[in-house]
Design a protein around this ligand. Structure first.
Ligand SMILES: Cc1cc2nc3c(=O)[nH]c(=O)nc-3n(C[C@H](O)[C@H](O)[C@H](O)COP(=O)(O)OP(=O)(O)OC[C@H]3O[C@@H](n4cnc5c(N)ncnc54)[C@H](O)[C@@H]3O)c2cc1C
Ligand SMILES: NC(=O)c1ccc[n+]([C@@H]2O[C@H](COP(=O)([O-])OP(=O)(O)OC[C@H]3O[C@@H](n4cnc5c(N)ncnc54)[C@H](OP(=O)(O)O)[C@@H]3O)[C@@H](O)[C@H]2O)c1
Length: 433
C-alpha cells in the first residue's frame, strides 16, 4: 500500500500544512532533499517482520489501517527460522504465546515446536495479507520536524538505497536483534571453533567433542542438554547466580501457575511459593554450582529483566555428571581454557550462549524514547510502547510474546485514532499507484 511522492500529493501535502511552510525556504530545501527513490507510505512503517511486526500489522489491518513492514532478512520471523536450534520449543504453554486475533490450531501441543510456531506465523501473515518488503535493512530513521514526517532509509542486498516517508514509525526489531559476543582474553588464540548459539543448530556436529558452553540462560542450558543427547561432552560456564525453575509444577506450567497466584497473593509470597516447590522438585541447585540470586525469580525479573531458566532436563544431566559446571573464564589458550579458579582444561569448541542485544541505537536517530545504552524504551513496562511524533515500540517489554500482543493492540488502537482524523484525508487526495 504505497504511494509515490508525486507532484499531486506534494500539492495537497503543502496545502495541508496551510501554505505557511510552503513559503519557508528551509522547508522547501527539505522537500528538494527527498531523493527520487522515495516512497510516501500513508500508514505506519513497521521495522521488523518478527512476531511483533506481524502482530502490529494484523491489528492495524483489522482497524482498516494499512502498513508497510521492512525486514532485513528474506523471510518472516527470521530469529525463529534462521537463528535458533533444531530442538527448540516454546517454553511457555501456547495460550501465552499466541498473537492477537488468531489462536494456535487446537491440534498443536501445549508447547509447540519451533517449526509449528513458524507455521503458525506463516498462516498468520497469510490470514491478514501481510507482505513485508524483504531484504531491506533499515539503516537510519529520523523525524523531520520541518516536514512533520519520519524519514526511514533502507539498504537492499545489492546496496540499493531507498527512503520511506511516513507519519508513524513502529520499531519491531526485537530484544534479540544482534548476538552478544563477550570479549575474552586470548580469543584470537583459541584453535577450536567459537560459535554463538544464534548459529548453533544441533549437537550432531559436536559428537564426541569437548564443548564449553558459556552462559546459563535458557539457551545455554538447553544447548548443553542437546550436546549431551548427541554424545558430546559439554561443560557449562556459570559466572553468577541463576534461578532454575521446573517447567511445570503439579502438572501446571510454572508460568501459568505464577500468573494465577499473582491475582491473589503479593509477588514476594508467590516467589516464596515458587522457591519452595522448586526446592522440592529440583533439590538444592546451589550444590550443583547454580546458586540462586538473593531476590526471588519474579521480583528479579521485574527489576532487572533477567529471565529465570525453565528446566527441560538439563539439571538431571548436571546431577548425573554428564554436564560439568565451571566458573567464569579467565583466558583462552590454543586448545585450552583457563578458569577464574586457576584451573585449565582442554576443549575442542566453545559455544557462546551469552545472549542478545537490541540494535535500535545503531539506526534510530532519536534520543527521548529509546535509551542509547541498551536500545530499550526508557519508560518501564507497561508504558514503553509510545513515544513522541508517531513513534512506537513493540516487543521490548522483556515479557516475550505476551508483551508483544499487549503492545501491538495498544499501538493499533492509538494509530487508528489519528488515522481516522488525518491520514485518510491525505490518502483520499493523493493518487495511488
Ligand atoms: C532461542 C530463543 C527462544 C525464545 N523462546 C521464546 C518463547 O518460548 N516464548 C516467548 O514468549 N519468547 C521467546 N523468545 C523471545 C523472542 O524474542 C520472542 O519470542 C519473539 O521472537 C520476539 O519477536 P520480535 O518480533 O519482537 O523480535 P524478533 O523475532 O527478533 O524479530 C525482529 C525482526 O526484525 C528484523 N530486524 C532487525 N533489525 C532490522 C533492521 N535494522 N531493519 C529491518 N529489519 C530488522 C529481524 O531480522 C527480525 O526478523 C525466544 C528468544 C530466543 C532467542
Ligand atoms: N523457548 C525457550 O525454551 C527458550 C530457549 C532459549 C532462550 N529463550 C529466551 O531467549 C532469550 C535469550 O536467552 P539466552 O539464554 O540466549 O540469553 P540470556 O537469557 O541473556 O542469558 C545469557 C547468559 O549468558 C551469561 N553471560 C553473558 N556474558 C557472559 C560471559 N562473558 N561469561 C559468562 N557468562 C556470560 C549471562 O550471565 P549473567 O546473568 O551473569 O549476565 C546469562 O546467564 C531469553 O528471553 C530466553 O528466555 C527461550
Amino acid at each position: 500500500m504505497m504511494i509515490k511522492l508525486n507532484p499531486l500529493f506534494m500539492k495537497y501535502w503543502l496545502r495541508e500544512i496551510e501554505g505557511k511552510q510552503a513559503h519557508d525556504p528551509i522547508f522547501m530545501e527539505k522537500m528538494k532533499s527527498l531523493s527520487s527513490r522515495c516512497l510516501y507510505v500513508p500508514g505506519p512503517v513497521i521495522v521488523g517482520a518478527g512476531p511483533s511486526g506481524l502482530a502490529t500489522a494484523a491489528c492495524l489491518k483489522e482497524k482498516g489501517v494499512p502498513s508497510l513492514i521492512l525486514e532485513r532478512s528474506n523471510c518472516i520471523a527470521s530469529l525463529w527460522q534462521l537463528k535458533t536450534y533444531d530442538r527448540l520449543r516454546l517454553h511457555l504453554p501456547k495460550q501465552f504465546c499466541e498473537l492477537p486475533l488468531m489462536g494456535f490450531p487446537t491440534d498443536f501441543p501445549t508447547y509447540p515446536s519451533k517449526q509449528q510456531f513458524v507455521d503458525y506465523l506463516e498462516a498468520y501473515a497469510r490470514k491478514f495479507d501481510i507482505e513485508p518488503k524483504f531484504n531491506e535493512t533499515v539503516s537510519q530513521a529520523e523525524y523531520d520536524g520541518t516536514l512533520g514526517f519520519w524519514r526511514v532509509r533502507s539498504i537492499g542486498v545489492k546496496g540499493e538505497a531507498m527512503e520511506y516517508v511516513c507519519r508513524w514509525l513502529v520499531v519491531a526489531t526485537g530484544e534479540n536483534a544482534e548476538a552478544l559476543m563477550p570479549e575474552v582474553e586470548g580469543m584470537g588464540k583459541f584453535g577450536g571453533e567459537i560459535r554463538h548459539t544464534s548459529s548453533y543448530k544441533s549437537g550432531e556436529e559436536f559428537r564426541g567433542k569437548r564443548v564449553l558452553v558459556v552462559g546459563c540462560g535458557n539457551s545455554g542450558m538447553e544447548v548443553c542438554l542437546d550436546l549431551c543427547n548427541h554424545n558430546a561432552k559439554p561443560s557449562l560456564v556459570v559466572r553468577d547466580s541463576v534461578h532454575v525453575l521446573p517447567q511445570e509444577m503439579l502438572g501446571i506450567s510454572t508460568f501459568g501457575l505464577s500468573m494465577w497466584l499473582l491475582k491473589w497473593m503479593p509477588l514476594r509470597l508467590v516467589d516464596l511459593f515458587l522457591l519452595i516447590v522448586s526446592r522440592l522438585i529440583l533439590g538444592d541447585t546451589a550444590r550443583l554450582g547454580l546458586a540462586r540470586p538473593k531476590l526471588g525469580p519474579l521480583e528479579l525479573k521485574n527489576l532487572s529483566g533477567k529471565t529465570p531458566v525453565l528446566d527441560v532436563g538439563t539439571l538431571a544431566k548436571i546431577k548425573s555428571g554428564d554436564i560439568e559446571v565451571r566458573p567464569s573464564i579467565k583466558s583462552l589458550k590454543r586448545h585450552a581454557v583457563e578458569f577464574s579458579n586457576g584451573k585449565t582444561e582442554n576443549f575442542d569448541a566453545i559455544i557462546l550462549a551469552t545472549g542478545y542485544k537490541s540494535n535500535v541505537p545503531s539506526w534510530l536517530k532519536e534520543k527521548e524514547m529509546f535509551s542509547e545504552k541498551d536500545g530499550y524504551p526508557r519508560r518501564p513496562f507497561p508504558n514503553g510502547w509510545k513515544g513522541e511524533c508517531g513513534l512506537y515500540a513493540v516487543g521490548f517489554t522483556k515479557r516475550g510474546l505476551l508483551g508483544t500482543s499487549m503492545d501491538a493492540m495498544k499501538i493499533a488502537q492509538d494509530i487508528q485514532c489519528c488515522w481516522n482524523e488525518e491520514a485518510m484525508h491525505l490518502l483520499h487526495q493523493s493518487s495511488p499507484l
